[in-house]
Write a protein that binds this ligand. Structure first.
Ligand code: ZN
Length: 184
């Protein structure tokens, strides 16, 4: 297991469309090791999620979630989930705004409007087809990570760039009080 280097905004891999993984390759040592390394990397940097392009691999793989007793526990525990070739098949009409950060945009936070619930289909790491209905915080993380697979980052989704803040100023001016805290 290894901690992988996280691509920062400006690296072309973050703007490329990622490729699907052939279902018969999901069980291969390369893909399984990549998934383990992505989980380690996400945990090392206290991320709530990570997409393969963020570790310089343009494939449709995301890991989301966090362990119990992490700093995200007030969002409710989301167990680590791996999704390969994920697709959002339903977005709730209801949307909400909240703060997001990203391991590829170090120290920047901004308000993004997202659907409060999504349905996601794809494959798990055993190659089984899965469908997940995610709500609230985990719905936001799924939308953020799947955006990475399409070469999008959260600032592309901001309707108003005025909230974009460096983390130091974000803490200093008290925005933390109204929102949760995570980087994906
Ligand atoms: Zn991100």
């Amino acid at each position: 297991m290894s901690i992988l280097k996280v691509a920062q905004l400006g690296h072309p891999v973050l703007r490329k469309k990622a490729e699907p993984v052939a279902p018969d390759k999901i069980g291969s040592p390369e893909i399984q090791t990549l998934i383990d390394d992505m989980i380690d990397t996400k945990n090392e940097y206290s991320g709530a999620g990570l997409a393969a392009p963020q570790v310089h691999v343009p494939l449709n793989i995301i890991v989301i979630g966090m362990e119990a007793n992490s700093r995200y526990s007030r969002n409710g525990d989301i167990l680590i989930e791996v999704m390969i070739n994920p697709k959002i098949t339903d977005f709730s009409e209801e949307m909400e705004e909240d703060w997001e950060g990203c391991l590829s945009l170090t120290d920047l936070w901004g308000v993004v409007k997202r659907s409060v619930a999504v349905t996601v289909t794809g494959f798990d790491r055993k190659g089984e087809e899965v469908e997940v209905r995610a709500e609230g915080f985990s719905a936001r993380v799924f939308q953020h990570e799947i955006d990475h697979l399409h070469g999008k980052v959260f600032i592309d989704r901001m309707s108003d760039l005025k909230s974009l803040s460096f983390v130091r100023e974000y803490y200093k001016y008290g925005r933390r009080q109204e929102s949760e805290e995570y980087e994906v």
